[in-house]
Design a protein around this ligand. Structure first.
Ligand SMILES: *[C@@H]1O[C@H](CO)[C@@H](O)[C@H](O)[C@H]1NC(C)=O
Ligand SMILES: *[C@@H]1O[C@H](CO)[C@@H](O)[C@H](O)[C@H]1NC(C)=O
Ligand SMILES: *[C@@H]1O[C@H](CO)[C@@H](O)[C@H](O)[C@H]1NC(C)=O
Ligand SMILES: *[C@@H]1O[C@H](CO)[C@@H](O)[C@H](O)[C@H]1NC(C)=O
Length: 242
């Protein structure tokens, strides 16, 4: 090997190593989210399909009813509330969701409470905080003005016959209108069923991700091809080096 090409190939190899790492890892969460996740002892995370949201969780093999969750997204100035919840029904959807909602208060602080979203609310009935049939402890909303990132965290005890952590329907949403503790929706938002999926907390895989399913499949396929391409390139460069 020519001594002058050695360093060039080494730099190229490092470059491709970096690119292939990001192309091969489809579960990388943002730095912002990862830092909060580590601080809260949350083990797993993944980027969600919509709203720039991210989701982190712990599950326990000895007791599948308990999960710890962390839900976060960049905090936009117009945002008045954000919500994450689980749905015990067949498919992931808004109606039937037991949600944890964080709402901006008139004085600028954020409050958090639980809500049960029913058919009536879809038709326009007011959504008020209520007890839900999922026990929620340690619910917390954290936001740091300087970093513009907001998270909801909690520990949930899921009634065992209604939920399955290998096929958990979860739903998330944001809104731009609120009145006290009442999150309100722009009418067109009601049609938005995209922000929901069925997640397997053990494998991190998701299905039923609404209209984004096709788009997502394409992104995944492109990523797989890129991952393969850069891995081969990397291998060839390495072979050239040594
Ligand atoms: C995270 O785990 C460490 C070590 O087990 C513990 O000291 C700390 O209190 C935990 N933090 C939270 C937020 O649970
Ligand atoms: C799991 O934890 C919940 C709440 O602490 C408890 O009620 C339930 O009995 C536990 N289940 C098992 C199998 O230990
Ligand atoms: C802001 O308002 C909420 C209720 O509207 C109240 O509970 C909270 O203490 C207030 N926070 C501050 C910092 O004034
Ligand atoms: C939970 O979901 C998984 C994956 O869909 C399935 O294989 C398993 O049988 C389900 N468990 C129960 C108790 O329904």
């Amino acid at each position: 090997m020519d001594s002058s090409t050695g360093p060039v190939i080494l730099i190229l190899a490092l470059f491709f190593l970096l690119i292939s790492r990001s192309a091969c890892d489809s579960y990388t969460c943002s730095n912002e989210f990862s830092q909060i996740k580590n601080r809260k002892n949350i083990s797993f995370c993944k980027k969600l399909t919509t709203l720039g949201a991210e989701f982190g969780w712990n599950y326990y093999d000895h007791n599948e009813t308990q999960i710890d969750i962390l839900f976060g997204m960049p905090l936009r100035t117009e945002m008045e509330w954000l919500a994450w919840g689980v749905n015990p029904q067949e498919r992931p959807q808004m109606v039937g969701t037991r949600a944890i909602v964080g709402i901006r208060q008139p004085n600028g602080s954020w409050a958090i409470d639980t809500y049960h979203i029913k058919e009536d609310n879809k038709r326009g009935c007011r959504l008020q905080p209520s007890a839900i049939d999922v026990k929620v402890t340690n619910k917390k909303i954290d936001y740091t003005d300087t970093k513009d990132y907001i998270t909801i965290s909690a520990t949930l005890f899921l009634p065992p016959h209604q939920y399955n952590i290998s096929a958990l329907n979860h739903v998330w949403q944001v809104g731009y209108y609120a009145d006290g503790m009442e999150p309100m929706k722009h009418p067109t938002d009601l049609q938005n069923f995209d922000s929901a999926e069925t997640i397997n907390l053990r494998t991190r895989e998701s299905v039923n991700a609404g209209e984004h399913r096709n788009h997502l499949r394409k992104v995944k396929k492109t990523k797989r091809i890129l991952c393969f391409f850069f891995s081969v390139l990397l291998l060839l460069l390495m072979m050239h080096l040594f």
